[in-house]
Design a binder for this molecule. Structure first.
Ligand code: ATP
Ligand code: MG
Length: 476
């Protein structure tokens, strides 16, 4: 039997013992989590006013998993106005949903009045929100059992009406109640299920997973921003191919990026172990957890199905990098990512076929750096490496990429001109030489940069003045 001392262990530490002893099902309500001091203090303030206050949702789940929660959400039977009157520093974040944010000792606490939700006629927002004084009713409206637990901040005891602790132990994402109904109320939950599975490396319980497939009507009504936030978290999961595969299996991918689904079964010939789809997923796994690189890795060959040609018994994909870049940009724009993200991903994909060998002149390397931009080089090489790793699915041959990378670093160290700003001459100098304000100045500066990229010794004020003078004679 468990001693009182072990009650304070987190589930993460405790699981192996408790699972084998059947403790979880017998004594699950005695589980405790560590509550930060300010949360305890807040709960005491509620209590002295005659209200209850619980930590809910992600903070309870993550504490039980042995992770330090980033933020603590609270639930209370106090109405928003009552909460407002208890604290001096309140932000009315979502009054229509009963949510206010309490600013307390430098932290923010989203505090929501216990509520039950009315019917959903739009697959996303309840038609009405009704307050309740029942914690259980409030927990019942939450999406998954692992998100439906509460904890009493005073002692940290976990309150678990729907089997959340058991599902954490089994590593399962399971809808609270009837999954078809729950997804029918709010179709965003289908995507959240995949996100939690991916981020936590959990399975989706089979009934819940089957329900996703039949619940996708109305998915188009979700705002692009909400879908984007979920997709970003899916891409940054430890092994993104797992939730991405779930998106495809459940039909969610058809709604979000059908362009990726179209790569399934597109064979690539003898050099490749995978079809295009599996190559993209495996490249994404190999990419470091940086959003732009994961996006580029996942989308870098989307154009292959369109560009695939059989030629003398070989498969070719000429021009696929441009088509892929365009297609990726369409998806990324559709998901309303910032322009900077879309531009960087386009640049990376468009250049992912750049094939370096040691015969490149220094000028060619400098031209390449100018095209990619020095600030984007690390992203470029990360994508190259991910692409190579995704080809074999095993340890790849990185030597060419390494040579390329070292060569680029050498050139950067020489600190020679790589852009117009680095030239030891500018437009004003040209006008002093007698050039008229206008497009010719830009053209001449670019021409001089080309010369300097090949021969950095030309980059002195005197020598460039000479060149500019002779170009002026040539052009006027
Ligand atoms: P994280 O913050 O890491 O994403 P979380 O569990 O805190 O995880 P939130 O989106 O912040 O997730 O939501 C807080 C809680 O609100 C959830 O744990 C869940 O109980 C509930 N919840 C959030 N979104 C929904 C939804 N669409 N349907 C039902 N319940 C939801
Ligand atoms: Mg949260």
């Amino acid at each position: 039997t468990a001693t009182t001392e072990t009650y304070t262990l987190s589930l993460h530490d405790a699981l192996p013992i408790y699972q084998s002893s059947g403790f979880l099902t017998r004594r699950k309500d005695a589980m405790r989590i560590k509550i930060p001091r300010p949360v305890q203090e807040l709960a005491k303030i509620f209590k002295t006013r005659g209200f209850s206050c619980y930590a809910v949702g992600g903070a309870v789940r993550d504490s039980l998993l042995g992770k330090e929660p980033d933020d603590w959400d609270l639930a209370t039977d106090a109405k928003p106005e009552a909460v407002g009157s208890m604290f001096s520093n309140i932000i009315p974040t979502g009054l229509q949903h009963g949510t206010v944010t309490i600013r307390y000792k430098g932290h923010s606490y989203e505090t929501t009045t216990f509520r039950i939700e009315g019917t959903y006629s739009d697959s996303r927002h309840p038609d009405s929100v009704e307050y309740t004084t029942s914690l259980e009713a409030d927990l019942a409206r939450r999406d998954f059992t692992i998100n439906s637990m509460a904890a009493d901040p005073l002692h940290g005891e976990v309150i678990d009406f729907f089997g959340g602790i058991e599902d954490l132990g089994k590593k399962l994402v399971r809808a609270v109640g009837n999954p078809v109904e729950r997804f029918g109320e709010d179709v965003l939950r289908t995507l959240r299920a995949v996100r939690f599975a991916g981020v936590l490396n959990f399975d989706i319980e089979s009934g819940t997973k089957a329900a996703i497939k039949v619940s996708l009507a109305g998915f188009e009504k979700i705002s692009a921003e909400r879908v984007r936030e979920e997709i970003s978290r899916i891409l940054l999961a430890p092994v993104p191919s797992y939730p991405l595969g779930l998106l495809v299996d459940t039909g969610l991918a058809d709604k979000i990026f059908p362009e990726l689904v179209r790569c399934k079964g597109v064979a690539q010939g003898t050099m490749h172990r995978f079809d295009v789809y599996n190559h993209l997923l495996s490249s994404c796994d190999a990419a470091p957890p940086v959003l732009e690189i994961r996006l580029a890795a996942l989308f870098h060959d989307l154009g292959k199905p369109q560009c695939r040609k059989a030629q003398d018994g070989f498969l070719t994909f000429y021009g696929h990098e441009s088509v892929s870049a365009q297609t990726a940009q369409q998806i990324i724009t559709r998901l309303k990512y910032p322009n900077a993200v879309s531009e960087l991903v386009r640049l990376l994909i468009e250049n992912h076929m750049v094939a370096y060998d040691d015969s490149w002149t220094d000028g060619a390397v400098r031209r390449f750096i100018r095209r990619i931009g020095a600030e984007n080089l690390e992203y470029f090489f990360a994508l190259k490496a991910a692409d190579a790793a995704g080809m074999s699915g095993t340890k790849p041959e990185f030597r060419t990429i390494e040579n390329f990378y070292n060569r680029v670093k050498m050139i950067l160290k020489e600190a020679c001109a790589l852009g117009l700003h680095d030239l030891k001459i500018n437009g004003n100098d040209l006008m002093r030489l007698g050039y008229n304000r206008g497009p010719l100045i830009g053209r001449v500066l670019n021409e001089m940069l080309e010369a300097v990229l090949d021969d950095p010794e030309l980059n002195t004020h005197e020598r460039l003045l000479c060149i500019a003078e002779s170009l002026r004679k040539k052009y006027t």
